[in-house]
Design a protein around this ligand. Structure first.
Ligand SMILES: [Zn+2]
Length: 828
């Protein structure tokens, strides 16, 4: 037994050893007679294992069947949820919760994603903080779903809503005051219109209005421009100077405007706030920049948290549903946002990538118009579609860290690279010297020398130094920071690729009208006009700009406070010339001055703070502030035939130069070269050599070139004080910081030179310049024409910095406004 037992046991033990060895070192040697035992044992095991294996297989099959069944059910539930979206709020909220949970877990990744260009709202926008007494926002969050955008509507069914026969004929009751809907298509460049893919826009324009092109505000980024569109303010005035902003009075770090928790960044009063404050009515907002913030006390009534996953169809349905609400719940204003074609533009490889998105947008816009038409809302609302900026292909990237030590600086990337100095040891010039004229095709401006027309100097939030390359150049802090986008925006609005769109129709708009180009700060006055609250807040636009596209514009008058003649100047005693004038000359002068008096109404400037002095060949405008005010303007009527040339800012005609000794020191220009002709007009202006070389000489050469070309010109030149860079004339004019010049010519014929008037009122052309007087600036490495073009300005810009208003009595208020706000994008 013992032996048997041992015999019996041995194979087992051996087998055990083998089994173990096969699994580990494979060092067992099996004897022949041991194999049978092993086989038997193995067969028993195998039989047992087979049974278990089969059971497991069966179980797996059952599980697969269950999973398939579950998936089918889920799909059906999902599809069902979309269908019942509007009717079942609870279901939608449930869906939202389910879908937002995984998003939140992806926190850090999404945070980085949300900081990328083209994504306007953070995934975690701050909850609006209503002011005391203001009811909180009740956000209706429609659930996102993973359903792809539906396929394009069949060609047959497209644009069925088009046609103008019913424009202005609202059949619904309770729509006496048409609700205003403003829809933004992020990054819809003006050039996309010419691709003729988004036909819906053309059909809207047939029965409404469109802009030839719209200039974005500088920089042409999403957040600054969306906020300019709803405040009427330039970014330097509303505080959202870029998608990321540094303001140490609010936060110690560069804050992303997509996710910041601080309401204080959002200055100015957006249209929804003004509308609610003035009318007490409702305003809803779907994803517009700034909706989630409340700096003014009147946030939108409904403003769902930003959710980029929400399909455009759902957004459109939401807007239409809002418009169908009963009158006391219905918003009178809706601002809505779609994030395309911006995304497509940033990552495009070829035009087709954007075109595909444009086709999708057309489909969605067609759907929107069809729904409005089906619901009979189309003729009952004022509806505007616009965009914030265009798109430029990127071909060159610079990294800040390759050019300077970034210690003590806060940097902001983008096509406008910005440096904030966050250390007291560094001066603006320290930084500017490192980059000024050091990077090929890149300008480096400080707040002080940035062109006035960009309106990007007033607020320290713009940064102390700005880098701006030619089209195609962009900046990052370092290579690791580089998103490697194929397209981007932010460029000067001079770049045609940055231009944007505007299409509108509704009972308040005329039909088939095209508006001449304008900048987007004009919109706010239009919104206020359409909502019946014109003038409720001041903007950087001009009231009445859009009058000629409105069916019922208000009557407006030109200003009446024409500049008057300065007291005492007409008397010969005022021309004492330090007592050096011979009586004979003085008498001649006196006789001349009394014979050629300007009629006050002929001067095209309006102000009660200025007066003019007439010297026959020209007229000098001075401030009534007193003798310490050194600001002067000279008005000249120049003719090539009379061999007259624009005054080199010597504000009295050269004819009188012999009368008084010339006391001008080298390198300075006298505003009144023979300075004692009139004590009131006496002013001496010292200019840096470099400024004379880079600005004054080229300006003078260009002026003579224009005179030769156009034969007759009306020219206003002057000096201005704007020490705080806000673009507005300082109260005290003792320090001259800028010079300006306005040219007026007639493309037709002059009807009159005094006042300036063309035979055809549309034929008057203007070109204006404002130059900051600087010792050293980025103009050192720019061409003469490049400098002149960069420092062009609108007449309106000159008005602000000079402190008077321009206007021609023979033109209507609207014609004057369009002339004053005309932006020149090229030299003559
Ligand atoms: Zn954008």
């Amino acid at each position: 037994m013992k032996t048997n037992l041992n015999q019996n046991q041995t194979p087992m033990m051996m087998n055990q050893a083998r089994v173990v060895s096969t699994g580990t070192t494979d060092n067992g040697t099996i004897q022949y007679d041991e194999v049978d035992e092993t086989k038997r044992w193995f067969n028993r095991r195998f039989c047992f294992l087979s049974v278990i294996g089969l059971a497991v297989l069966l179980l797996a099959m059952v599980v697969i069947v269950i999973i398939v069944l579950l998936l089918t059910q889920l799909r059906a539930a999902n599809a069902n949820a979309v269908n019942v979206m509007s009717s079942s709020k609870t279901q939608m909220e449930e869906l939202t919760r389910k879908l937002t949970q995984p998003l939140e877990q992806l926190g850090p990744t999404l945070e980085k994603l949300s900081n990328m260009p083209g994504i306007p709202g953070g995934f975690f926008p701050s909850t609006p903080q209503p002011s005391p007494g203001v009811p909180p926002i009740s956000p209706i969050v429609t659930g996102p779903n993973t359903t792809p955008e539906p396929p394009r509507r069949s060609p047959k069914a497209r644009y069925e809503w088009k046609g103008c026969q019913n424009v202005g004929k609202c059949e619904l009751s309770g729509y006496n005051k048409p609700p205003l809907v403003i829809l933004s298509l992020d990054g819809f460049a003006r050039e996309y219109v010419d691709r003729n893919i988004v036909q819906t826009l053309n059909h809207i324009a047939e029965c409404g209005v469109k802009a030839d092109k719209v200039y974005p505000s500088f920089p042409s980024k999403t957040f600054p421009n969306h906020y300019s569109i709803v405040t009427g303010l330039w970014p330097e005035s509303h505080g959202i100077t870029d998608n990321s902003v540094f303001d140490p009075t609010i936060s110690p770090v560069l804050e992303s405007m997509k996710s910041t928790k601080y309401d204080k960044f959002f200055e100015g009063e957006p249209i929804w706030s003004v509308y609610k404050r003035k009318t007490g009515k409702k305003a809803n907002c779907l994803f517009w920049v700034g909706c989630a913030y409340n700096n003014s006390g009147y946030p939108p009534d409904i403003a769902p948290a930003y959710n980029q996953e929400l399909p455009f169809r759902n957004r459109i349905d939401m807007v239409v549903d809002w418009l169908k609400l009963p009158v006391d719940e219905r918003p009178g204003l809706i601002t809505a946002y779609l994030h395309e074609p911006d995304n497509a533009g940033h990552y495009q490889v070829a035009d087709e990538d954007v075109d595909e998105k444009l086709a999708e947008i057309d489909d969605n816009l067609d759907y929107l118009m069809s729904r409005l038409s089906e619901e009979k809302l189309l003729e009952c609302i004022n509806f505007a579609i616009l965009s914030d900026h265009g798109m430029q292909l990127i071909d060159k990237t610079y990294y800040f860290q390759d050019y300077l030590d970034l210690k003590g600086l806060i940097t902001a990337k983008g096509v406008v690279g910005r440096f904030y100095i966050n250390s007291t040891d560094i001066s603006v010039n320290d930084v500017a010297d490192k980059v000024r004229c050091k990077i090929e095709s890149v300008k480096a401006n400080t707040r002080a020398d940035n062109p006035t027309r960009k309106h990007y100097s007033r607020d320290a939030r713009v940064g102390e130094i700005l880098l701006e390359g030619r089209a195609g150049i962009t900046f990052y802090k370092s290579k690791e920071d580089d998103y490697e986008l194929s397209g981007d925006h932010g460029y000067d609005y001079f770049n045609p690729k940055m231009h944007t769109i505007f299409f509108a129709r509704g009972p308040s708009f005329k039909q088939n009208m095209t508006i001449s180009p304008y900048q987007n700060v004009q919109y706010m006055n239009l919104w206020m006009n359409l909502l019946g609250i014109e003038g409720a807040v001041e903007t950087n636009g001009t009231i009445g700009f859009f009058d000629n596209i409105l069916t019922n514009p208000p009557r407006r008058e030109n200003p009446t406070n024409v500049i008057g003649e300065c007291p005492m100047i007409a008397f010969p005693s005022a021309l004492n010339c330090s007592g050096n004038v011979e009586p004979q000359i003085l008498n001649q002068l006196s006789a001349k001055l009394t014979s050629c008096a300007f009629s006050p109404s002929n001067i095209p400037l309006y102000s009660d703070k200025h007066c003019f002095q007439n010297y026959c060949e020209n007229t000098v405008v001075v401030s009534r502030n007193g003798n310490n005010d050194k600001r002067r303007a000279i008005i000249e009527i120049l003719s090539r035939d009379e061999a007259s040339t624009p005054s080199n800012f010597t504000f009295v005609n050269a004819k009188y130069q012999n009368s008084c000794p010339d006391s001008v020191s080298p390198n300075s220009l006298t505003i009144l070269k023979n300075s004692q002709l009139s004590s009131m007009a006496d002013a001496l202006l010292s200019l840096p050599n470099n400024f004379i070389l880079k600005v004054m000489d080229p300006l003078q050469a260009k002026s003579i070139e224009y005179l030769n070309k156009y034969e007759k010109m009306y020219v206003i030149s002057g000096t201005a004080s704007d020490a705080d860079h806000d673009g507005v004339a300082d109260f005290n004019g003792s320090i001259i910081t800028h010079i300006y010049r306005i040219f007026l010519i007639c493309k037709s014929n002059w009807l009159s030179m005094n006042p300036p008037l063309c035979t055809d009122s549309d034929a008057m052309q203007t070109l204006s310049f404002i130059f900051p007087i600087t010792e050293q600036s980025t103009i050192d490495c720019m061409s003469s024409d490049g400098v002149l073009l960069d420092y062009t300005a609108t007449i309106f810009d000159v008005e602000r910095i000079a402190g008077f208003q321009f206007g021609l009595g023979a033109l209507t208020q609207n014609q004057n406004t369009i002339l004053r706000r005309r932006i020149s994008t090229e030299l003559w």
